[in-house]
Ligand binder design. Structure first.
Ligand SMILES: Cc1cc2nc3c(=O)[nH]c(=O)nc-3n(C[C@H](O)[C@H](O)[C@H](O)COP(=O)(O)OP(=O)(O)OC[C@H]3O[C@@H](n4cnc5c(N)ncnc54)[C@H](O)[C@@H]3O)c2cc1C
Length: 439
């Protein structure tokens, strides 16, 4: 959200005052904006939908919003691919693809991000047969620091392509993204509660048996939920209007948000609140088009940290986090999320080179910073022992010295960064911390 020259992210935990804010409406205007920054000796930062929790999108230089670069450029029905502008939000992309009989193979749990912002931080969903959104990218166009338009794919500038799919915004302004889609499909989804013990015992089987999964454990309780979804030819079957609003908006958003507010004032009540929430969870079964099953509304604001670890360590990590919460008598008002993804070959992808388990911890916005830090640092210590790689868009305390050894292709990314942005036109404080200065 930009007001005048101040900007804040969705989580309301990051903000900045850029020297200038621009809304280019064409590639040429992006080139001109980068040129103006160069002439003024300013850095450039593109912001997508501001849905990162880190200061990855903050700048005191020139901030570019790509909200006006939000169109579908072309669709190749035979190849099932679509080229879209970098600023298109996922909700619009999903609708436009559906109108053309196409869909992305997998999605994260919301659809508010821009496509370029989502791929830039390795945004992912859940499902061991799928990589994150960046794994669906087959071509990109970037405006680089020298104002050139650079096109890349597996055949054209392949090393740039490899790195630019997850670039943290460090390589240039992504103006176009070509995505490998698949024919539009419906998903049959079942979400139901189970005990934490049974989740830990069965998780591997659940992961192998289902295309899409998303699991939560509710701290201070023995309750977990597992949502699985699989492709189906069955007709759409959704809840009636009132029941849908109650189960997708009222209970998980307004009622849950009210309990979080109570818990922030009275932390001693948090365990009882969690038990109330967990006790009310029932079984939900539906059939709907893929993006409506995979993406939900998130109206309760929160802050989050998420770590990628080897898939085999996911349940061990969850139990260690539970023990940490109990040993430290923490009061945690948000569930812990577990997901998985396939290995990929993208240098800075959190799933690079290994089947991945993702463990995400959250606290509601408004939680005192000291409580956030105590919880997140404790969880990070556990993740450090498991070769954890933090989500680039979610809170963490790592820097380039701790991150480099966790990415086998780190040097390849740095070489491309040095080539495309030797003067650090696209740097900001976050990139200086996690990547170091360009050399
Ligand atoms: C409610 C909520 C739910 C979420 N769910 C998930 C989830 O299910 N899975 C998951 O993995 N993550 C999830 N996230 C994290 C989110 O997907 C990432 O932080 C994502 O990067 C946000 O996209 P954005 O468009 O808001 O990008 P921003 O946060 O605005 O920017 C992120 C980075 O992308 C860069 N960037 C943006 N546009 C461009 C461009 N055109 N060219 C070059 N660089 C660019 C920015 O410079 C910045 O470095 C969630 C976040 C929230 C708040």
């Amino acid at each position: 959200m930009a007001r005048g020259n101040t900007w804040r992210n969705w989580g309301r935990n990051q903000g900045c005052s850029p020297a200038a804010v621009e809304l280019p409406a064409s590639e040429l205007e992006v080139v001109e904006a980068v040129g103006r920054a160069r002439a003024a000796g300013q850095t450039v930062k593109v912001v997508g939908a501001g849905h990162s929790f880190t200061d990855i999108a903050c700048t005191d230089g020139r901030l570019l919003h790509l909200d006006r670069l939000d169109r579908v450029v072309s669709v190749d029905r035979d190849a099932r691919s679509a080229t879209v502008e970098g600023g298109i939000p996922l909700w619009k992309l999903n609708e436009e693809l559906a109108q053309r009989g196409l869909a992305l193979p997998n999605l994260g749990d919301i659809d508010r991000q821009s496509i370029a912002g989502a791929i830039s931080t390795a945004t992912h969903g859940g499902g061991i047969r799928f990589g994150g959104l960046a794994a669906f990218v087959i071509g990109l166009e970037l405006v680089t620091a020298d104002g050139q338009l650079l096109r890349c794919s597996a055949d054209e500038e392949p090393e740039v392509f490899s790195c630019a799919r997850v670039s943290l915004g460090a390589l240039g302004v992504i103006t176009k993204v070509t995505l490998q889609c698949e024919p539009a499909f419906r998903l049959h989804s079942i979400e139901k509660p189970r005990t934490l013990d049974s989740l830990v015992h069965d998780l591997d089987d659940i992961v192998d048996a289902n295309e899409h999964i998303d699991c939560y454990w509710f701290p201070h309780t023995d309750v977990a939920t597992v949502k699985v979804a699989n492709r189906t030819d069955a007709p759409v079957r959704v809840k009636s209007g009132w029941k849908r609003w109650r189960d997708e908006t009222l209970l998980p958003n307004y009622a849950f948000g009210a309990l979080c507010a109570v818990g922030r004032r009275r932390p001693d009540r948090v365990p009882a609140n969690m038990q109330l929430v967990a006790g009310g969870i029932g079984r939900t079964e539906l059939v709907d088009v893929s993006h409506r099953v995979l993406c939900s509304r998130r109206l309760v604001r929160f802050v989050e940290m998420e770590y990628s670890i080897p898939r085999a360590d996911l349940t061990k990590a969850l139990l260690q986090v539970r023990d940490f919460i109990e040993a430290e008598r923490l009061r945690i008002d948000f569930p812990i999320e577990l997901r998985v993804a396939a290995a990929d070959d993208i240098p800075l992808s959190t799933a690079h080179g290994r089947e991945t388990g993702y463990l995400a911890v959250h606290l509601s916005s408004g939680t005192p910073p000291s409580a956030i830090e105590r919880y997140f640092r404790g969880v990070e210590t556990i993740m450090n022992e498991l070769e954890g790689r933090p989500h680039w868009g979610k809170l963490h305390f790592q820097d380039a010295s701790t991150l480099a050894p966790r990415y086998r292709a780190w040097d390849r990314f740095q070489a491309v960064r040095s080539r495309l942005d030797p003067d650090g036109r696209f740097r900001n404080a976050y990139l200086d911390r996690v990547l170091g200065s360009p050399v």
